[in-house]
Design a protein around this ligand. Structure first.
Ligand code: SF4
Length: 89
């Protein structure tokens, strides 16, 4: 039986390697100026990993794969108040 970790990022779910690869390919397509700095992505994902709205790699509030959302500089956390904010205004 396939196990899904509701409180995990894709990167923490070995069974989701293909999906994680697809998300990473989408991140690779982002223009460099559209990407959040690596340290910001790390901090954002740390917040997501500790958040009750994380659901099997997606955010229950917006439906995004959090690894993709966190990689985009202009995106912010949809929670109120946000747990992390856009990088470029
Ligand atoms: S509410 Fe914010 S911190 Fe929580 S999973 Fe969604 S994007 Fe991540």
């Amino acid at each position: 039986m396939r196990r899904v970790c509701r409180r995990c990022l894709l990167q923490d779910m070995p069974d989701e390697a293909a999906l994680l690869q697809s998300v990473r390919e989408l991140i690779d397509l982002l223009e460099p100026q559209a990407r959040a700095p690596q340290e910001a992505v790390r901090r954002r994902l740390e917040a997501c990993a500790a958040c009750a709205h994380l659901n099997a790699g997606t955010c229950a509030l917006c439906g995004c794969y959090v690894e993709l959302r966190a990689a985009k500089a202009r995106m912010g956390c949809p929670d109120v108040p946000p747990r992390w904010t856009p990088q470029n205004g």
